[in-house]
Design a protein around this ligand. Structure first.
Ligand code: AVJ
Length: 320
């Protein structure tokens, strides 16, 4: 049986986009939240990024999950697997396969902000895993955790390093909120990219083929289309830089020359000086000690720390 539960609708999303853009374009320095990259084109560009030679996180995390899936199943005995920000659910299949073989899994609950992507994934997963209850939840992971279905022995998977897109404050709020909806003994499976030589990190966000640059600029197309703005998209240069103090990589868009932008739906006119930069994403990189502390402060105990031979990426198993 396939169910899709909808906790946000297009009107909520449109309202949120308007307030994010209004606040972000008036801020000093200007900033946009990374969630708005992912329209159909942005999601397709992200899929292309995951296959780039420079972008190590996806293939590294997949190898870790492949190596540890059986152990993960034995440790958790999961009956319900919840996946936050499930996207295309490709890596999740490694977990589903192991849990189905292990014999404990009864339901899979992917949660995503994009209803269309989710419906697609849910339909395919339900067909490929007969006997599994697949229940999609359309919701925002920072606001709809409480709407996750109650269940038995749940595991919440948050993969891909996406937690790195939250700044430390937001991460603490997210982890605390997640802990609050879990019962003691339930699990968090968390994918995090690790701190390493910036010469490895930065090219992953500034690839030679220019796919990440197109992904970054795509947010301006999204604003043009959805808010009737007139960004001259080609007038902005893609910038990726390592912030050594905060240990995150930042993506920015830099105005090549002075730009005036009209955002008709907001009645807003914004000026960019020549060379002015607007931050569009942070992607934090983690260390074991720091993440263990963040998890502990939210009420999670780190049980397993799985990494690759080069320590590029880690998958953590933590318990509420
Ligand atoms: C999917 C959010 C984890 O931060 O590495 C890829 C997004 N941004 N290239 C990341 C992204 C630029 C990605 N996450």
């Amino acid at each position: 049986m396939t169910i899709l539960e909808i906790h946000i609708d297009e009107r909520d999303i449109a309202r949120e986009l308007r307030s994010d853009v209004a606040d972000g374009l008036r801020a000093e320095p200007k900033v946009l939240p990374p969630k708005w990259f992912y329209d159909a084109r942005g999601s397709e560009l992200f899929e292309q990024i995951t296959a780039l030679p420079e972008y190590y996180p996806t293939r590294t995390e997949r190898a870790i999950l492949d190596a540890q899936a059986e152990r993960f199943a034995r440790l958790t005995d999961a009956k319900t697997l919840v996946e936050l920000g499930s996207g295309s659910s490709a890596k999740t299949r490694l977990l589903l396969d192991a849990l189905v073989r292990h014999g404990t899994l009864g339901s899979f609950v992917p949660m995503d902000v994009s209803g269309t992507a989710l419906l697609d994934a849910v339909t395919r997963l339900a067909a490929d895993y007969p006997g599994l209850e697949v229940r999609g939840v359309v919701g925002d992971l920072t606001r709809h955790l409480a709407d996750l279905p109650d269940g038995d022995n749940r595991v919440v998977a948050f993969l891909g390093g996406t937690i790195g897109n939250l700044v430390p404050d937001e991460r603490a709020r997210f982890l605390g909120g997640l802990r609050a909806v879990l019962h003691p003994g339930e699990w968090l499976l968390l994918g995090t990219d690790l701190v390493k030589d910036p010469a490895v990190i930065v090219p992953a966000y500034d690839d030679a083929a220019g796919v990440t640059a197109a992904f970054n600029r795509n947010v301006l197309h999204v604003i043009n289309r959805r808010l009737h703005a007139d960004f001259n998209v080609d007038a902005y240069e893609h910038v990726a830089l390592w912030n050594a103090e905060r240990e995150w990589v930042e993506m920015r868009l830099r105005a090549r020359d002075a730009q005036r932008v009209r955002v008709a739906d907001l009645g807003l006119t914004v000026d960019f000086a020549a060379g002015e930069e607007m931050r569009t994403e942070v992607s934090a990189k983690f260390r074991r000690a720091g993440l263990t502390g963040e998890l502990a402060r939210a009420g999670f105990a780190l049980r397993e720390w799985w990494t690759d031979p080069q320590s590029l990426f880690a998958v953590s198993l933590a318990q509420a």
